[in-house]
Structures are given as structure tokens and as C-alpha cells.
Design a protein around this ligand. Structure first.
Ligand code: ZN
Length: 203
């Protein structure tokens, strides 16, 4: 399986990092070794002094497809969960300055904690989902999918023009504003509407 991730999919987050608001989706990937499941702890790597949390809605792809039309894209994901796109912001900034790729900043081991997934039929309006991240009991990120720049269907249609999607692939759909640094000992709790799906520590 593979993890496809979308950068700058909420305008307010693009602005907080002084990035332009994109006119086509910004895509990057993480390897499967980035996945962290079952609320296991995230071990802070020592190659970065500025690991940021980015809470995101994650789609689970349920069948293979390429060149998927936007109006059929809805049939290619059936479950939704939460994930954290951990980002070594110091490495990413150095690489962005030089125009280098982001893999070392985004694809390291444990950089993609994911929750259990919920059938999308149980979630109601997918474009009014609240996603929230609390750290040590304080809300750091609080967003809503109504503010997405590119809809889930648009992302699936766009990505599948280039990359075949397969059953089990995950799509991280971008983070709302409020990203900041995590440290050893931090307690992260992530909510999708009223469902607490993420609950783990940084070690
Ligand atoms: Zn992200």
C-alpha cells in the first residue's frame, strides 16, 4: 500500500506558513514504514528539533482505479479516519529553500500515525466534519472539512490521472491551521466530530 498526502489544502494553513494558495493540489508521498497504528507512542527522532503536528482527515481507498472521473470518485473510498502528518519543519524549510524534495521531512519512520477508520455512511455530511487536535488538554488545531480547497473527489480524480490507486491506499487530505512543535512527553488527542480516534504520547 501507499500513502498519498496533500499539502496546502486549507487556505488558512497555506497562509500561516507563507505559502501561496495552490491552484492545483500539492502532492507528496510517505512510505508504508511511516505508519503508526493502535495509538502506539511516537518516538521523537533526534535529527530534527522542530517536529510539527498536522492533523488530517484520511481516506481509505476501497478499490483499484486510474483516470477516475470526479463524479465517480465517491465510490473509491468507503472509510474515513484521522492521521497526523508529522513534519520535520526544520528539514522541510531547508529543502524548500533549495528546491529539494520533502521525503526526509515527511516520510521518516512513525511520521504517519493513523486511527481506526469509520464507514463514511456513519459520518453524515463529509463536508461538515470537524477535526480537532488537543495537546496536553489544550486545543491546538480545530478545523472543518467545509474549508477544504480541493474536495475528496477532486483529489482522487486528480491523483489517479498520474498514480493508480489501489485498495488499502491512504490519502491524507491536508491540515487546517494551528500547526506547531511537539516535544517528548506531549499527549495528543484527535477528534473527528465527537469521536476520539487518536490518543497517544510522544516519547
Ligand atoms: Zn500535511
Amino acid at each position: 500500500m501507499k500513502i498519498i498526502a496533500i499539502g496546502r489544502n486549507y487556505a488558512e494553513h497555506a497562509k500561516e506558513l507563507n505559502n501561496p494558495v495552490p491552484t492545483i493540489p500539492v502532492i507528496f508521498m510517505k512510505p508504508d514504514t511511516a505508519i503508526l497504528k493502535d495509538n502506539k507512542p511516537f518516538y521523537h527522532p533526534d535529527f530534527s528539533q522542530d517536529i510539527h503536528h498536522e492533523i488530517e482527515v484520511v481516506l481509505k481507498v476501497c478499490k483499484e482505479g486510474k483516470h477516475i472521473g470526479e463524479k465517480f470518485a465517491d465510490g473509491y473510498y468507503d472509510e474515513i479516519g484521522l492521521g497526523i502528518d508529522f513534519t520535520a519543519r526544520d528539514i522541510q524549510n531547508r529543502h524548500k529553500e533549495k528546491g529539494l524534495p520533502w521525503e526526509l521531512a515527511k516520510g521518516f519512520d512513525g511520521s504517519a500515525p493513523i486511527s481506526n477508520f469509520i464507514p463514511k455512511a456513519e459520518l453524515g455530511d463529509l463536508y461538515n466534519l470537524n477535526l480537532r487536535l488537543d495537546i496536553n488538554g489544550e486545543t491546538r488545531q480545530d478545523g472543518n472539512t467545509k474549508d477544504l480547497l480541493f474536495s475528496f473527489e477532486r483529489l482522487i480524480a486528480f491523483v489517479s490521472q498520474y498514480i493508480t490507486l489501489k485498495k488499502g491506499d491512504l490519502i491524507f487530505t491536508g491540515t487546517p491551521p494551528g500547526v506547531s512543535k511537539v516535544g517528548v512527553g506531549d499527549h495528543l488527542e484527535g477528534y473527528l466530530n465527537d469521536n476520539k480516534l487518536l490518543d497517544f504520547f510522544v516519547k
